[in-house]
Structure formats: C-alpha cells, structure tokens
Design a protein. Structure first.
Length: 430
C-alpha cells in the first residue's frame, strides 16, 4: 500500500528525499505520485522504491531506480536518460516516447511495456541492455541504433514494427514469436538468435550479420538456463539453424507443414509456363485449350500473357516463374509476341523451351540465334489448326519437353568435374 509519510517526504524535494533514504537504507518506499507537479526527480535515490500513478514527462535523469517497481505506471515522455534502472520492473508501463538514452538497463523488465517511439539512439549516448526482458513489449518505431544487447535480451512476442536496430548487437537474443515488419537491421549482429515463430516482412538487412539463427523452439531447460539457472546445456534438444532471417520462417514451414511441402513439390515437378500474347479470339482460344490439355495430363499450367510490352518488374517475375517450371511453351506466332521475354529467360535458365508457331507466320528475327546457341530450345512446332495442336499436343510438345528435361539432368551429371582436394594446390582451381 502507498505510504503517506513517504509521499510527504518526496514532496519536499529530491534533497530531503535522498537524505531520508540515506538514513533509512532498509526501508522500501511505496509512493503514489498524485500530482504532476512532483515530476522533478532528477538524481533521486529511488532504489527498491515502488512508484505508482502518473509520471508523464517526469524528469528522472540520473536517478537511481535499481530494483524499483514502476509496473503499470504512466510514464509517457518521461526522461530516464543516464538513470540506473538495473533490475527495475517496468512491466506493463507506458513509456511511449520516453528518453532512455545512456540508461543502464541490466536485467530490467519491460514485460508487456509500451516503448513505442522511445529514444535509445546513440545521439546522446546509448542504452546498455544486459539480459533485459522486452517480451510482449510494444517497440513500434523505437530507435535502438548502436544498441548493445549483451547476454541475450528477450524480445519474445514483442512488436518491432519499424524499429530501428541499425548496428545493434543482438547476439543470442530471443525473437521467438516477435513481429518484425519494416524493421531496420542494417549492420546489426543477430548471430545465434532464437527466431522460432518470428513474423518477418520487408525488413532491411544491409550488412546484417546473421549466423546460426535457431528456427526450432527452446526446451524448458534452455529457458531455465537463460533465466540464470545453472544447468548443463541439454544434449537432447533438437536444433536447426539457418543463416538468413528472411528465409528462417519459410524453412521452418517447409519442415513442419506437409501442405507447403506438397505445394513446392507440385511446382517443381508439374509447373509448365506458357508464354505469349494471347489476344481475344483465336489466340485466346488456343491458350485456353492448351491450359485444359495440361490440366488433363496432371500438370500445373502457369500463364504469362503479355497483353502489353513488359517492364523490368514483369521481366523479373517472368524469370522467377521460368526457374520454377518443368518446361516452357512459348507461342511465337506474332512477331512481337515474346522476343524480349525469351531473350531474358533462355540464356539464364537451362529449362526446355518448346516454341509453337501457326503455319504461315514467321518468328522474330533473332529467334534462330537462340535456337542455335542454346540446346534446350527445341525445334519450332508448327500447327495449322487448334484441333490438330491439341490432338498432337502430348506427342509433339509434352513428351519431347520431358525427354529434353531428363537429358539436361543427365548431361549435368555426366559433365560434372572433380579433383582431389590434395591436388588443388599443385593443379590450380580450373
């Protein structure tokens, strides 16, 4: 319960309060701040104190708040720069836009606290987090630039949307279940971090050091050990690590979701890309007929219909689709149908390309060069009617494409070069 005598002393000012604390070191104060006028607590000795109520904009610079309890307090805009917050409890506290620059935060708990837009950047010194608890905290827009989070800070289930962690040291940090959306990690070090269950979208990772990121959950023994219990490292813990935060959640999903594995297997073993400009009328009918025929043969048709000239973004999308496809069917009937697209994809992907051409038409002028230079471009398949194209589709298009696919795989194996590692130094690496 709040102590009226303690409130009366702190009301007289920091000097009287500190003198009383010095004379009564065993007393643990409990004060409810009832008046916003009592906001100047700079240099105050509040060690082990319990502070309740509104401390909005309070001046707590250089204050001693070691092991203090401020859980649930309203401290928006408070200035805690250079304060000693070792072991302090800010659980559930509103510290939105508070100043924590150059504060000492060893073992400080911000469990469920709101630190949105709080200032911790190096402009005026930087906060030193050591084993800090930021689990379930809202850190939206926080500036943690050049932050030193020694000993594995706990960001589990925290919201790090748009948080700036440029050059921060986050080694062994716990990001289990954390939200990282548009988070800036440029130049940071998150090696050995736990990222199981993290949601990662559109983050910035320029020069990010990210080695041995753990994508499997902690065991209970590991959790106890991180809380300071003296336990041997559990030998039966299954650990899977990756070196890229953006692919971590994807790898975990592949390992633990049969449906996703099935999707990937379907794409890589059944996807057939159809390229061309299929204008309304006969050209569109031919596209529809080919798609239906591929479906009947248990393939996955993917259509890239160039309704208008493509830009760079379209070309990059096309290259991605080509790399995932079992083979490609390219309609080159219209001289303007797909020259740029084929020139962008054929040289870069050893994937069977089956060109089809309506009788009486001629392909674009440079197509012959692609055929002569790249062995995975098959002979042009000419057809007179849609009916005949579909009638001979399997024999003239699908089967040769699959045969070429198998041939390319065989060639890769046959042409594999090898050399003993003991001979590299004398023979070179060629």
């Amino acid at each position: 319960m709040p102590n009226e005598d303690h409130f009366a002393i702190i009301k007289r000012g920091v000097t009287d309060w500190n003198e009383w604390r010095l004379a009564n070191p065993e007393t643990k104060p409990h004060v409810t701040i009832r008046e916003l006028g009592i906001a100047n607590l700079r240099n105050a000795n509040l060690e082990s104190a319990t502070l309740d109520g509104a401390l909005m904009g309070a001046d707590l610079r250089q204050a001693n708040l070691r092991r203090a309890t401020l859980s649930g307090a309203y401290m928006q805009f408070a200035d805690l720069s250079q304060a000693d917050l070792t072991g302090a409890n800010f659980s559930g506290t509103n510290l939105e836009e508070a100043n924590l620059e150059d504060a000492l935060l060893q073992g400080t708990s911000f469990l469920g606290a709101n630190l949105s837009s709080a200032r911790l950047d190096r402009a005026r010194g930087h906060a030193k987090f050591i084993e800090a608890n930021l689990s379930d905290a809202s850190l939206i827009g926080c500036d943690f630039r050049i932050l030193n989070l020694l000993g594995g800070a706990d960001f589990s289930r925290a919201n790090l949307k748009k948080t700036n962690l440029t050059s921060a040291i986050l080694m062994d940090a716990n990001f289990e279940g954390a939200t990282l959306i548009e988070t800036v990690l440029d130049g940071a070090n998150i090696s050995d971090a736990f990222v199981y269950g993290s949601s990662v979208w559109n983050i910035s990772t320029v020069n990010l050091i990210q080695r041995d990121l753990r994508i499997t959950p902690m065991s209970q023994d590991e959790r106890d050990m991180r809380k300071g219990h003296s336990l041997p490292y559990p030998s039966d813990t299954s650990k899977i690590t990756v070196d890229n935060l953006e692919v971590a959640q994807f790898i975990y999903l592949i390992l633990n979701n049969q449906k996703i594995r099935d999707v990937i297997n379907t794409i890589t073993s059944k996807a057939v890309l159809i390229l061309g400009r299929f204008t309304p009328g006969e050209r569109k009918d031919i596209l529809i007929a080919m798609k239906e025929k591929l479906r009947q043969m248990n393939f996955l048709p993917i259509v890239f219909d160039f309704e208008k000239p493509t830009n760079r973004d379209f070309t990059e999308t096309l290259m991605t689709l080509t790399g995932m496809s079992l083979f490609v069917i390219a309609d080159i009937t219209n001289p303007k149908s797909s020259p740029l697209e084929l020139q962008a994809t054929v040289p870069n992907y050893m994937v069977p390309f089956v060109p089809i051409l309506h009788e009486g038409e001629t392909p674009f002028s440079m197509f012959a060069d692609l055929q002569n230079k790249y062995g995975w471009v098959l002979d042009v398949r000419t057809y007179d009617t849609q009916a005949n194209l579909i009638r001979y589709f399997e024999e003239a298009i699908v089967k040769p494409a699959l045969d070429k696919h198998d041939q390319l795989l065989a060639n890769k194996m046959e042409n594999m070069r090898s050399i003993k590692i003991t001979e590299v130094s004398t023979r070179g690496t060629s």
